[in-house]
Design a protein around this ligand. Structure first.
Ligand SMILES: Cc1cc2nc3c(=O)[nH]c(=O)nc-3n(C[C@H](O)[C@H](O)[C@H](O)COP(=O)(O)O)c2cc1C
Length: 174
């Protein structure tokens, strides 16, 4: 049984939901999993953990700065322990090239080259955005064939089977 720390950044909550889902998969296989929003938990990785996952979401083509800081501060630990990155974006739903370019920039900025990377589709939470954000997101979505533009409801593009497979592949490395 391993003790796995899942540290993430989230702005509207989808990466947090994915982190909790991964933790449930790991626990169902007998591992200990702790999720932590880096905003609240800070940069320390608890001593005694055996593996670390890092999650971050993309806004305006960038992952959260505080996740990059976390990775830079903990790079040595991330390179020593089994570790993985999951990146959450709308581009991951139908625009893989862009989704990969966000991760490439993240790796260049942090200097961390994770041995396992997953790109997960995020969510369009129109009903939770304010007026301006809803307009902006609708316009962006309208320019991409793969995304929905009915702002009276929300859309989740995360493929949960892919998230399960990512967690299983991670466990196979422990
Ligand atoms: C204001 C705003 C800007 C965004 N910019 C991008 C972007 O540049 N590229 C992209 O692929 N997704 C973009 N997204 C989509 C988010 O990555 C997606 O909503 C994701 O689910 C957010 O995860 P979080 O809730 O964990 O922060 C944006 C979303 C918002 C609300």
């Amino acid at each position: 049984m391993a003790s796995i720390y899942i540290a993430y950044g989230t702005t509207e909550g989808q990466t947090a939901r994915i982190a909790e889902f991964i933790a449930d998969v790991l626990r169902a296989h007998g591992h200990e999993a702790e999720t932590a929003d880096i905003k609240d938990a800070g940069d320390a990785i608890p001593s005694g953990c055996d593996a670390v996952m890092v999650g971050a979401s993309v806004h305006m083509s960038k992952h959260e700065e505080y996740v990059k800081d976390f990775v830079q501060k903990n790079r040595e630990t991330l390179e020593r322990l089994p570790s993985a990155l999951f990146s959450v974006s709308l581009a991951a739903h139908g625009d893989a090239e862009n989704a990969e370019s966000y991760v490439e920039a993240f790796e260049q900025e942090t200097g961390w080259r994770p041995s396992q990377v997953a790109l997960f589709g995020g969510a369009l939470l129109y009903t939770q955005y304010n007026f301006i954000k809803r307009l902006v997101m609708k316009r962006i979505a309208g320019g991409k064939g793969a995304l929905d533009t009915d702002t009276s409801r929300d859309y989740v593009y995360t493929e949960w089977d892919g998230v399960t497979r990512f967690a299983e592949d991670f466990m196979a490395r422990l």
